[in-house]
Design a protein around this ligand. Structure first.
Ligand SMILES: [Ca+2]
Ligand SMILES: [Ca+2]
Length: 266
């Protein structure tokens, strides 16, 4: 995605691995594009026409427009699970919302994230794992002051809440920004890194490396008999793959994690 601010031109181009131009599409003048790809190579893109209107579109790998629609929102991030859903985090009338769409662009579900405030530039980011679970991270604030903590909320592809994590800042810090966030494809570790400012005017960096509990032992995007067998055959052992909660032993807690999510993603 290329923006030329002086001529108000926006273009979407595709280069091959050698850098040769494959196609070049002119889009309406816009800014702030977020993109993601599904396992078929289709490109999902959301970009702002102005502060409250976004265009959400899908292109095939050969540059044909599959569909597009306009949405009233200020998009912050987009992430695509390998076979869908497509997730967009966006402010709508000042409230951060997480929306899940089918690959055909139909809204499946929507959740509000009221802890995240629009005027604090929270830099909401989305990540998905092979199961299609989504994790939203953003800086947030416990009171009406400046962002002081990192918030992570997770949902399954069906919109079932996976809980909320809060990582408080240093007590003497008054501002915290998340500059980068990543999730490994198996959905086991979420890593956030960023900057903070202290009351004394010092700068510092932080890294949060958090273990998530995924029920998908083999990471193939489906919780099935293979995952159940991996836990049962290693029961009582310390094999790290089936030790889903990372407590050093494969036991009934790991077994329940698989059973409660049996069939997810399949
Ligand atoms: Ca599996
Ligand atoms: Ca365990």
């Amino acid at each position: 995605m290329l923006h030329n601010y002086s001529t108000r031109q926006t273009r979407l181009i595709r280069l091959n691995a050698s850098g040769a131009l494959q196609w070049d599409i002119e889009l309406p003048a816009s800014y702030a594009a977020y993109m993601g790809f599904d396992s078929a190579g289709d490109l999902y893109i959301v970009y702002q026409m102005d502060r409250s209107r976004a265009r959400f579109a899908v292109y095939t790998p050969t540059g044909e427009l599959r569909w597009e629609r306009e949405e009233l929102m200020n998009a912050q991030s987009l992430a695509v699970a390998p076979r869908g859903p497509v997730y967009i985090a966006a402010f709508v009338q000042g409230t951060l919302r997480l929306r899940a769409y089918t690959v055909a662009g139909q809204l499946m579900w929507e959740r509000e994230v009221p802890e995240v405030l629009a005027d604090e530039f929270p830099r909401a980011r989305l990540h998905v794992d092979a199961l299609g679970r989504v994790f939203l991270s953003a800086s947030t604030t416990p009171q009406l002051s400046m962002p002081r903590q990192a918030l992570v909320v997770g949902y399954t592809a069906e919109g079932r809440p996976l809980g909320q994590l809060l990582f408080p800042n240093r007590a003497d810090a008054y501002l915290m920004w998340i500059d980068s966030a990543s999730l490994d494809p198996r959905g086991r570790f979420l890593t956030l890194a960023g900057r903070l400012w202290t009351d004394m005017g010092d700068y510092d960096g932080f890294v949060v490396h958090h273990r998530l509990t995924s029920p998908d032992v083999d990471g193939n995007g489906c919780v099935d008999e293979a995952d159940l067998l991996a836990v049962l055959l290693n029961f009582g052992g310390s094999n790290s793959a089936p030790d889903l909660n990372g407590d050093g032993v494969v036991d009934d807690a790991d077994l329940l994690t698989v059973l409660f999510s049996f069939g997810e993603g399949c």
